[in-house]
Design a protein around this ligand. Structure first.
Ligand SMILES: Cc1cc2nc3c(=O)[nH]c(=O)nc-3n(C[C@H](O)[C@H](O)[C@H](O)COP(=O)(O)OP(=O)(O)OC[C@H]3O[C@@H](n4cnc5c(N)ncnc54)[C@H](O)[C@@H]3O)c2cc1C
Length: 375
């Protein structure tokens, strides 16, 4: 059966960055796409994202980069400083969508999701909320997908894009373990200080703190807590504890610290990574995004990989006569690049833990330059 050029029907599990990008790119290539998203509409986890050059380049291919730049905060530099705010280096990131537009954009997660969601629906993608995949069977070129509401779809392509804790990955028999790296990351939404026009990072004696602008008015403070157990804190303790962890930083961080208000504006997550070893696909089903390769947040590029996955998947399926051949070409193009980013982010997390910040800065820069190469 000429799958790719025949009935091009797909179910995608998860309406995150990877799922929505893949859905839009496939729909534009003539696919009929339905997304099963377990969460309610407009639900996102975390406050903001930095979309680095490769993410912006991918979004530009979909015609969405300018909408993200208009809704977010364009920037081109990462400024590293010591705990007192003394400069320790500046990374100027390559401008991948032209010299007149910035290298990256900080954007609130719900805003990015609204942009991606609206475009997917405009292209005819059906997004169903509150459903997941309960079972998957494959026979020859067909994937039979039973959804949690009892309905069944028979499609030629299943895409598991349900994040680092993917359950669709398990249904396909593709297991991976989540690695914890002894760090908890904090994010708090604050008003943007006027001086914050790029990413600012401050290396403390124990932890790393910083700021990412998300719009003219908003930014998020981040703090990476080193050498800690994976644990949960009661919600009410989040803001007081974050302010306490920011105390050892004088200067600009002191100003940021005073902006952290209620605990409802604070989130705290473990630094986890995942990487599928070997195949990412089983027959006509494939795993993409964080479900296949989740880096540590230190390179701020997980979303970039997710956007690229969606575009490369649609491109390879469009170029090959069968889904199987398209998926093989997709994994062949993606596996090494994604592995490099995950492994580099883990190495940076390790250098941060060891207080070897000055060794981490060139690694960050060289990895961004590598990622600037076409996907
Ligand atoms: C603290 C933190 C900060 C980060 N900062 C950055 C950053 O600045 N820049 C950057 O590029 N990356 C960053 N990342 C990484 C980035 O968030 C991820 O790489 C990116 O979101 C991956 O996209 P995804 O679509 O694969 O997964 P997700 O964004 O996790 O989306 C998965 C979707 O699937 C849905 N889902 C889950 N389970 C099911 C199920 N069983 N059935 C149906 N649907 C399901 C979820 O509800 C969600 O909508 C950060 C990560 C963390 C943890």
């Amino acid at each position: 059966m000429d799958s790719c050029r025949g009935a091009r029907t797909a179910v995608i599990v998860g309406a995150g960055v990877a799922g929505l990008t893949a859905a839009t790119a496939l729909a534009r290539g003539g696919w009929q796409v339905e997304i099963a998203e377990v969460g309610p509409p407009e639900a996102t986890s975390g406050w903001g994202l930095c979309l680095t050059g490769p993410a912006l380049r991918g979004l530009d291919e979909l015609g969405l980069a300018d909408a993200c730049l208009a809704a977010g905060h364009g920037m081109s530099t990462i400024t590293h400083a010591d705990v007192h705010g003394e400069p320790a280096g500046e990374v100027r990131l390559p401008r991948l969508i032209g010299a007149r537009r910035p290298a990256m954009v900080g954007i609130a997660r719900p805003v990015l999701h609204r942009i991606l969601h609206a475009e997917a629906e405009r292209c005819g993608v059906v997004v169903r909320h509150g459903v997941t995949v309960a079972a998957v069977d494959q026979e020859r070129d067909l994937v039979r997908v039973r959804l949690s509401d009892g309905t069944v779809r028979q499609v030629v392509l299943l895409v598991a894009a349900d994040g680092i804790r993917s359950s669709a990955r398990g249904l396909l028999g593709l297991e991976t373990s989540l690695e914890f790296h002894g760090q908890m990351v904090w994010r708090a939404l604050v008003p943007r200080p006027r001086w914050a026009t790029g990413i600012h990072q401050f290396a403390g004696k124990a932890d790393t703190a910083g700021l990412v602008p998300l719009s003219d008015r908003q930014a998020y403070v981040f703090l990476t807590e080193n050498g800690v157990e994976r644990s949960a804190l009661p919600d009410a303790e989040l803001a007081p504890r974050l302010r306490q962890l920011l105390e050892p930083f004088p200067g600009r961080v002191e100003e940021i610290r005073s902006l952290v208000s209620g605990s409802e504006s604070v989130v705290r997550r473990p630094v986890l990574t995942a990487l599928l070893e070997g195949a990412w696909n089983r027959g006509n089903a494939v795993v993409i995004g964080d479900a296949a390769h989740a880096p540590a947040p230190q390179m701020a590029s997980g979303a970039a990989l997710a956007v690229e996955d969606g575009l490369v998947l649609a491109c390879e399926l469009g170029r090959h006569a069968t889904v199987a051949a398209g998926l093989q070409a997709f994994v062949g193009r993606r596996a090494q690049r994604c592995r490099t980013l995950v492994e580099t982010s883990v190495a940076i997390a390790g250098l941060e833990q060891a207080q070897r910040h000055r060794e981490a800065y060139p690694l960050v820069e060289s990895c961004h330059r590598l990622m600037a190469e076409p996907a």
